[in-house]
Design a protein around this ligand. Structure first.
Ligand code: ZN
Length: 410
């Protein structure tokens, strides 16, 4: 088996860990199938959430071997319209606030196809990416972003510092939640940073996940689901100081956290968010059990809606083949008996089939040509963008279904 049970909490190294939501055994959310592989058996792994009584970290109960998940990767940052805009803003902010001059080095962990570092470079800094996916690191290199094709670790951090000097900023955008040994990662960031250097990380925010019932963002690559409290603890243990924090709209609601080696004064936002988390009692099991109840209700409602439409003879397709869509499809048991196909703009996914549920993935232009009656928004985090782009489909009478927090026809 290429996974293991989480024995101790990865942030506080303690526990106990209490299970509160079991989403079943599912294939890896990014393991799309080619036509030739449709008859092969798919490896499945437990998808279950646990809560740590020691530090309030929410995480998966199982850790799949990262070599299986990240060496050949299909998510490319550059394919949506929303993310490049978000990265341009972030890249500019980092350079203006923390880098100071074109010689300053900015290192990004999990740099993907280099979309964010392109923005950093354009804003006037020296850049270096670290990206374990060989296929995607090659795309970044080709686009002029120097990229180390490896997993980041404290050991790699020492090598990078020796070869290239200390970093003014280390960016970890949507990657810390993917890493099992986060204590080693943060220790490495500490070692790589200049004395007044800054780490800027973004993770999907636990409060948004609970609030909007975004259970589909739970999949094997996302090992941790962070509130601010466990992040502050993780940073402090590595000698880093959280001095600023901001809620941002991407990925269904994320948290951007700023941490430094020096102890600069913390902005009011840090205490405000900590107070919010105390009010929500995120250090107790109660909010997680309430969330699990809402997840089960969403599944009943969505399956009921789709079966009802089928019974009326309606045709329903999906929009998007995001990793998270596969959690929802598999957990709800939505296969080709309920959806004809799904569409996606990522050419790497077109012509493939969704893991577990085997829906064919087609190009986005299919909707106008084929005109299904309804389209389930699997990529709901890009709802505004998709509705704009699909104006022609909607004008011809097509309707979208937003699945969360409870399914509704738009
Ligand atoms: Zn813990």
């Amino acid at each position: 088996m290429s996974f293991r049970r989480l024995e101790r909490c990865r942030v506080c190294a303690g526990g106990p860990l209490e299970s509160f939501l079991d989403l079943g055994e599912t294939p890896l959310a990014n393991s799309f199938l080619t036509k030739e592989r449709l008859s092969d058996p798919e490896p499945r792994y437990p998808l279950e959430l646990v809560f740590c009584r020691g530090c309030a970290l929410v995480s998966l109960s199982a850790v799949v071997d990262p070599e299986v998940m990240f060496r050949d990767y299909i998510y490319v940052s550059g394919t949506s319209d929303t993310m490049p805009k978000h990265f341009a803003e972030l890249g500019t902010e980092v350079v203006e606030r923390f880098v100071g001059g074109p010689a300053g080095l900015v290192v990004e962990l999990g740099s993907n196809d280099g979309t964010l570092l392109k923005a950093v470079k354009a804003a006037g800094a020296r850049v270096l990416g670290v990206e374990p996916a060989t296929n995607i690191a090659a795309i970044a290199e080709k686009a002029g972003i120097p990229t180390v094709n490896d997993f980041f670790s404290a050991a790699l951090a020492r090598t990078l510092r020796a070869e290239r000097g200390p970093a003014r900023a280390v960016l970890a955008n949507n990657v810390v939640a993917h890493v099992h040994d986060v204590r080693d990662l943060v220790a490495g960031v500490h070692d790589l940073l200049d004395d007044d250097g800054v780490m800027v990380m973004e993770v999907p925010y636990l409060v948004d996940l609970l609030d909007r019932v975004e259970y589909d963002t739970v999949y094997h690559e996302h090992l941790s689901y962070f509130g601010l409290a466990p992040i502050v603890r993780l940073m402090a243990d590595a000698g880093l100081h959280v001095f600023d924090v901001r809620r941002v709209a991407v990925h269904g609601g994320s948290l951007r956290v700023y941490a430094s080696k020096d102890r600069r004064p913390a902005g009011a936002a840090v205490e405000e968010l900590r107070a919010l988390e105390r009010d929500l009692q995120l250090d107790t099991l109660a909010p997680y059990e309430a969330f699990a109840e809402r997840v089960r209700a969403q599944r009943s409602a969505l399956v009921g809606l789709l079966r009802g439409l089928r019974a009326e003879g309606k045709r329903v397709a999906g929009y998007g083949a995001p990793a998270k869509g596969n959690t929802m499809l598999n957990y709800c048991g939505i296969d080709t008996t309920l959806l004809d196909y799904t569409v996606d703009k990522n050419p790497l996914k077109q012509g493939m089939f969704t893991p577990g549920t085997r829906l064919p993935v087609r190009g986005a232009e299919t909707l106008v040509a084929d005109r299904p009656d309804y389209v389930l928004l699997l990529a709901w985090n890009f709802a505004d963008e998709i509705l704009r782009q699909q104006a022609a489909y909607r004008e011809s009478g097509g309707r979208f279904i937003h699945p969360l927090p409870e399914p509704r026809i738009l």
